[in-house]
Design a protein. Sequence first.
Length: 351
Amino acid sequence: MEKILFLAHADLDQAALEALAAACSLVGELQGEWTVGLVGPGAAEAAGRIAGCGAARFLTVEGEAFAQPRYATDAAAAEALARESGASLILAAHTSRWARALPGVAARLHGRIDTHVTRIAEVNGVPAVARWFYRQRMEGVLTRSGRPWLVLLEPGCGAAWVGTAGSASVESVAAEPASRSTVIGRRAPQAGEQTIRPDAGLLFVAGAGWTKKQADGAAHPQEAGQLILDFLRASRASLGGSKSLVDLSGEGQAVLPFMSHLNQIGQTGSTPRHPKGLSTCCHGEEPHVVGWRFITERRAINLDPNCGWARGKADVLYVADAFQVMEHLNQLVGRCRSPAEDVRQRQSTAG
Ligand SMILES: Cc1cc2nc3c(=O)[nH]c(=O)nc-3n(C[C@H](O)[C@H](O)[C@H](O)COP(=O)(O)OP(=O)(O)OC[C@H]3O[C@@H](n4cnc5c(N)ncnc54)[C@H](O)[C@@H]3O)c2cc1C
């Protein structure tokens, strides 16, 4: 019988709760014994938050050393929890933190690991995982005989766990926090200018059309940049770009300086998961649209009624000038914003 360990950090973020829901569902199908392992300061309280999940044991690795996202300490904690639980199947969310630490843990345990898993379920009495191959074009379902088997579950693929809190009987596990690296601070882009937001409800895509000559015979990159930034700040949408646009920015031209290859969506870019997407000034060619595979509701604004989006790739195509539409949209979104949000935005812009 499969012994399952669900691993999470004590903050129990959205990704962790989604992975927990997947673990609960799998346990229901396999009828296996299962354990929750929590890492970091506050792990015991976190166990209380998910006490109603039905796990037989709650193991914790506590201590300040495990608060920081650091390979050595995360791997040490996960290894200690895996050994204590004796798990044959270990599930965790595919966060950058676990994705960095768990492959090394799999090697230490002489186990196997699969990453970017989008689904796990029982098939013929054994767990089987689904993941996408060849730039998200083919889905494969696979099982493994090697154990322990570590599985990282991609966020955004299922509903988060909802259940009752309570008091959990917690067992503390000792882990060796040996580490040569010390975290001395954190550097992150200024809050107001961060444009890639995986948790955002909306993906806003800018295409190369924003930099092309418009009806008056001139290009208006500065106006384009302002319209896009105003919209992102007000809506908190995540910013994506077409390859043509990010390539232009990469050449250092005076076009949308906040855009980089990290924003590129598509076959040679990323495949984000947002409930909604709005494409602007982008033609909607297949190598780009393949990156929209997991966007549930798609809309596009393009001057060209024969653009790629019109051929079944968007749910709604607005045949219109994106400059005009976005200006109007910004007024509407600005009107919906609360005074407190206005103050926050002004402060972050001034900062
Ligand atoms: C191997 C390979 C891999 C690739 N990988 C990727 C990838 O990962 N991602 C990607 O994006 N591309 C990729 N491409 C490139 C892709 O095929 C397209 O060339 C690219 O997506 C085009 O970008 P675009 O639509 O922004 O630009 P364009 O094709 O130049 O389209 C600009 C659009 O803007 C519209 N427009 C202009 N002004 C306005 C206005 N005022 N209002 C509204 N609309 C306006 C125009 O009508 C036009 O449709 C790849 C290509 C290859 C060969």
